[in-house]
Design a protein around this ligand. Sequence first.
Ligand code: AMP
Length: 193
Amino acid sequence: MFNIILFGPPGSGKGTQSEKLISKYGLKHLSTGDLLRSEIAGQTPLGMAVKSLMAEGKLVPDEIVIEMINSALDNNTHVNGFLFDGFPRTTAQAEALDKLLSQKGTQIALVLALQVSQEELIKRLLNRGRTSDRVDDVSEDVIAARIAEYEKKTSAVAEHYKKYGKVEYVQGEGSIDDIFSLLCKGIDEKNVA
Ligand code: AMP
């Protein structure tokens, strides 16, 4: 089993690249953003509890996403590995993930960190706001709040995994296929696939 974290700020291309990576490497995609959006769409109590936080671009509480990941790990026991997208987003989430994986006799093999300039992130997110139904991509204020949350709380996650030599930085600007090749190179060089 091998497990990857696709890491990077909002708009860095994690969703797009995740789709390509899971199909090439046969991984199970776990996106906490997608899981939370489906709770909102289903109007579940959890969805209703997180709806306004997400619309404001704020992180939802650690306990909620950790529990969602815990259930997803339990419900997917026969997979080659997981690709975590948008999780972990805080050091507490990273520590909880490490613990959950180690209880299952596995661990994070690699953190692929996409690097994209702030200017490009804002451009991409506003563009996605025009073409998708994501409410958190429409306003420049909400986009700025999400990037601020990333800088304040999420960038520390890379530091956490750097301690274990697991982080590979990848240029996240360029064509989708070029970025995908760089990500694959990072995986293949680690020899985890
Ligand atoms: P994403 O689709 O990954 O951009 O996430 C969209 C929104 O969902 C974020 O702005 C947060 O409000 C929430 N969210 C997704 N994943 C997490 C997480 N791991 N921790 C806290 N909040 C999250």
